[in-house]
Design a protein around this ligand. Structure first.
Ligand code: SF4
Ligand code: SF4
Length: 519
């Protein structure tokens, strides 16, 4: 074991902890997280680059849908009520796909939380990602933890003024870019960018950018951890989803306690001593300002930066990594029982080690199979089932539809020759970005013919109707049946639509009302 003096001891205190619980309306104590380095930090950089890259760049991706549809890969076209996602186009009546995706996201969140805890909070939540980005700017301008604390506590000098102005300006630039990127999802991005710069965009675009700039700046720069602690409901909800097999960031006090800054002296005195050298490195890097050694807390977003910090300390001391680690409650409890001789004594780390200082075979270690349990399989099954159902429905859905509304008043008209006429509104939906000629035919109504209001062509049982790409066409139609052909009081018949070019077709069963039904 190397000497503890190789480890820098930091004066870091929890701003919020189980022991020092802040009143709900107490003034915020500033947190100055120290830069962490290690595998989890590197993983977070990668996740941050991917998530921010997706958010900022997606509106600029193009997707060729032909000359009659927008070429933006992801577009929420509110004006025309369409959602474009690469090769998928969603019409308003197909909103159940979006609902299905939201259900999948919910089940996926249950799955992730029940297995690897609050991974969403620690790695991919926008609040976490943007706070990380704002911290990068803050560190680049003001320095790491000690420099920032010194600057904050110092008087307002020209240097402090310049540094603060630069930091807030860059934060605002990030806010503007974030708000700007958001509106590009709702209109053609290059066109809207040009309009924004020439002040010809719609006022709602400027208002949205302003609101999102303000919220990004406030949440990411000023409020930071307070959003997670006080505003977000997820920390409360996730507690109900965790069980003894879920992974959480855990301080393994079964090997860390009794902690001491003077391990050699304590050992020389014949007292047991744990691996924790009480250096506070885990507190200094915590973006939530908590002490993980106090146990699981609502504030912990499981970002794992304290694991990196502690692993760095263990490396310096020549001890095994993992004093703070991802662990399940069942493993932790088993190891605590081992370290306390079944709960009979306080923690004695020698009980978890062999005479040569290695971990005993009885120490429980994490294995990936532990997080796969019946509950996990149920979530995976449910998630896959919904996903496959959506995919099947998407691949087999119709791109040609007909909907018919019968006139309410009058329900029928008796013509001078005794024949009966019913009026309908026929809606033809051409859901592809190509023009089509759709054949509309009436079937199963003996002797009947059809005429289109406003069209001079003679009545017929079938018409060829051109429909523009990606459009709905409404026809006002009269269906007439000679008196001697009427059978029954209400006859059902079909409007059949067909696109000969693609062989797609659809049918709608309508009712033909006669005088008897009106009485
Ligand atoms: S205690 Fe550790 S995992 Fe939890 S928020 Fe702080 S640094 Fe992240
Ligand atoms: S848990 Fe690790 S980082 Fe935290 S005080 Fe102990 S030794 Fe230092």
């Amino acid at each position: 074991m190397r000497d503890n003096t190789q480890v820098e001891r930091l004066e870091a205190e929890a701003v919020n902890s189980v022991r020092i619980r802040q009143p709900m309306y107490a003034a915020r104590k500033k947190i100055f997280p120290k830069r962490a380095s290690g595998s989890f930090r590197r993983f977070k950089w990668v996740v941050m680059a991917i998530t921010l890259g997706i958010y900022y760049l997606t509106p600029w991706l193009r997707w060729d849908r032909g000359q009659f549809a927008p070429d933006q890969a992801v577009l929420l076209d509110l004006a025309n009520r369409r959602f474009y996602f690469f090769f998928i186009e969603i019409w308003p009546q197909e909103f159940y796909y979006v609902a299905g995706l939201l259900v999948m996201a919910g089940v996926g969140l249950f799955l992730i939380t029940s297995t690897v805890g609050r991974a969403w909070c620690g790695y991919t939540c926008p609040q976490t990602v943007w706070v990380d980005l704002f911290l990068v700017v803050e560190r680049a301008i003001e320095g790491d933890r000690n420099a920032r604390m010194k600057l904050d506590a110092g008087p307002w000098t020209t240097r402090k003024l310049v540094l603060r102005a630069a930091k807030h300006t860059l934060w605002l630039v990030i806010g503007v870019l974030t708000g700007g990127a958001w509106i590009f999802y709702f209109a053609d991005a290059p066109t809207l960018l040009g309009e924004l710069f020439t002040i010809t965009a719609a006022p709602v675009a400027y208002i949205t950018v302003a609101v999102l700039t303000a919220t990004t700046y406030t949440f990411g720069g000023l409020m930071r951890e307070q959003v997670c602690t006080y505003m977000c409901p997820w920390p409360r909800i996730q507690a109900a989803m965790l069980d003894e097999s879920s992974l959480t960031v855990t301080y393994n006090d079964w090997r860390g306690e009794p902690r001491s800054r003077h391990a050699k002296k304590v050992l020389a005195a014949g007292q047991p001593v744990g691996d924790c050298v009480d250096c506070n490195a885990c507190v200094a890097v915590c973006p939530m300002g908590i002490v993980i050694r106090d146990g699981q807390q609502l504030e912990c977003i499981t970002c794992a930066l304290c694991i990196d910090a502690c692993d760095g300390v263990m490396d310096k001391l020549g001890k095994e990594r993992g004093l703070i680690s991802y662990a399940t409650l069942s493993d932790y409890n088993a190891n605590m029982l081992l370290a306390t001789a079944g709960g009979a004594s306080s923690v004695n780390p020698s009980l978890v080690r062999t005479a040569d200082g290695l971990f005993s075979d009885k120490v429980a270690h994490f294995h990936i199979r532990k997080i796969f349990r019946p509950r996990t399989y149920v979530y995976i099954g449910l998630w896959s089932l919904i996903g496959l159902g959506l995919l099947y429905s998407l691949l087999t859905r119709d791109r040609l539809e007909v909907n018919v509304l019968h006139d309410r008043n009058p329900q029928f008209v008796t013509l001078s020759d005794g024949s009966i006429r019913n009026g309908y509104t026929v809606k033809l939906l051409n859901m592809i970005p190509e023009p089509r000629t759709i054949i509309v035919t009436i079937q199963d109504l003996q002797g009947a013919d059809m005429s289109i209001v406003g069209d001079d062509v003679p009545a017929s049982r079938s018409f060829a109707i051109p429909v523009e790409p990606d459009r709905l066409k409404m026809l006002k139609v009269f269906v007439r049946q000679p008196a001697d052909q009427i059978h029954g009081t209400a006859q059902t018949f079909k409007f059949r639509v067909e696109d000969k070019a693609s062989s797609e077709s659809d049918e709608y069963t309508a009712t033909f009302n006669t005088p008897e039904i009106a009485r």
